[in-house]
Design a protein around this ligand. Structure first.
Ligand code: AMP
Length: 431
């Protein structure tokens, strides 16, 4: 079904076309008509399914239907979107700005870790759509710098992650500040008992929408594992990046400390890398993400929470340097690649102590993740079982003659990465 059949107005259809979206994703074709009809929605959808547009487009349309919109100054937000992380808040804000480019509605983003004063000024000026992380929103509520009495639509984005992060009390506090009469949209990748309880309290006769279950990894992602001792992981990663001529790889570690250490080790090996995690200042996180997106950084090393909501167009490689403790996080991690129909590769470096975690993941996926033999050049590697030398995916194992990977230009000096110039969202304007 084309976008035009979903009931969206011309201004929104034009911005969708400008994004080169040809057909709605399944979550969009189900959620958009339901939200436009004013219904509450309970949607099971992970990132990468197009869920942001699934709520942003109809929310924009509903707010724009009010002729007074945009004309009022000092206005209180009419739509509130709660997200678990700052990165997701910023991206959702960007999406509202992009999709609403032809409307007169304004969108503001507030999150912690940055100065509160500019946010107070923003809220005084007034916004129609407010995207916020729960903690900072409550700071504003305590200081009476945000007025939530005009909220008509509430969106809980990645509600499961907000609960995982311990935000349930904050969410309930926010709910008490909202008008009783409103439309509620709840997006969650999983349905735990806690999510069901929240949904029961919050939603009235919701349209229930379920697309690709979280346990089903995107089919466009090829997955492999290397069985490798802990001490050899770094050498293997450097080898894969080098020989595969990978220019953009998101690497997951389990801890913030591990992310820092690995990023420093990669830098010492001459590979531009940065770490992104909760202990980094917001400006450092924003800088790292921008560098990674524009090609200045080849490697972004992230923890699960920091990576939540990262939206990087056409990210070709994800590496699990360490497997996550929670199998569902594996699906989330590899969901960073192969988005919106693109192909991608996900490699996991599995130490002896992680065999159990891999089993849990395979049980969730309901299939085995194929194993690749260790490249012989990697130091510390246990002696390879076979003497034949199959190539690693996307690269050759012969150092002397690296070959281009996945249609890339031939290898070039590491220090001089060029920007790939891929399509970006409209910049700025969201805060
Ligand atoms: P999300 O699940 O909201 O994080 O979106 C994942 C990615 O899919 C984003 O890069 C969107 O720009 C992109 N996207 C969203 N809707 C569509 C669509 N209908 N067609 C193609 N790409 C889309």
């Amino acid at each position: 079904m084309p976008f035009a059949r979903l009931g969206l107005k011309a201004e929104l259809l034009r911005t969708v076309t400008a994004q080169n979206y040809v057909t709605p994703t399944p979550i969009q074709s189900q959620a958009i008509p339901a939200v436009l009809a004013g219904r509450d929605v309970l949607a099971g959808a992970q990132t990468g399914t197009g869920k942001t547009a699934a709520f942003a487009l109809p929310v924009l349309q509903r707010l724009a239907a009010d002729a007074a919109a945009g004309a009022r100054r000092g206005r209180a937000p009419r739509a509130l979107v709660l997200t678990p992380t700052r990165e997701l808040a910023a991206q959702v804000g960007d999406s509202f700005v992009t999709y609403g480019a032809e409307l007169t509605l304004s969108c503001g983003v507030i999150f912690g870790g940055v100065g509160i004063e500019p946010q107070k000024a923003l809220l005084r000026r007034g916004v129609d759509i407010l995207v916020a992380t729960p903690g900072r929103l409550l700071d504003h509520a305590d200081q009476r710098t945000v007025d939530l009495s005009a909220v008509e639509i509430l969106v809980l984005d990645e509600a499961d992650r907000m609960l995982d992060m311990g935000f349930i009390r904050d969410i309930r506090k926010v709910l008490r500040l909202l008008p009783r009469q409103r439309q509620n949209l709840l997006f969650s990748a999983t349905y735990s008992d806690d999510i069901r309880r929240l949904a029961e309290d919050l939603l009235v006769d919701p349209a229930e929408i379920e697309v690709a279950r979280r346990s089903s990894a995107a089919e466009t992602v090829t997955q492999h594992v290397y069985r490798v001792e802990k001490e050899a992981k770094r050498d293997l990663l450097v080898h894969l990046i080098d020989e595969g001529n990978w220019y953009q790889v998101l690497v997951f570690t389990r801890t913030k400390h591990g992310a820092n250490r690995l990023s420093e080790q990669l830098q010492r090996a001459g590979i531009e890398a940065a770490a992104i995690h909760g202990n980094k200042s917001q400006s450092a996180r924003t800088r790292a993400l921008a560098g990674f997106k524009d090609g200045a950084l080849r490697v972004l090393v992230a923890t699960d929470i920091a990576a939540r909501g990262l939206d990087i167009d056409r990210l070709p490689h994800v590496v699990n340097y360490e497997l996550p403790n929670v199998p569902e996080d594996y699906v989330h991690r590899i969901g960073r690649t192969g988005r919106a129909g693109e192909s991608g590769s996900a490699l996991s470096l599995v130490g002896r102590d992680e065999a159990g975690l891999l089993k849990d993941i395979e049980r969730l996926l309901k299939r085995k993740v194929p194993e690749l033999p260790m490249p012989a050049v990697v130091r510390h590697a246990p002696a390879p079982a076979a003497t034949t030398e199959p190539a690693a995916p996307g690269g050759s194992r012969h150092r002397a003659a690296p070959r281009p990977a996945q249609g890339e230009a031939p290898a070039q000096p590491r220090k001089r990465r060029r920007s790939r110039g891929r399509g970006r969202r409209a910049a700025g304007g969201a805060t």
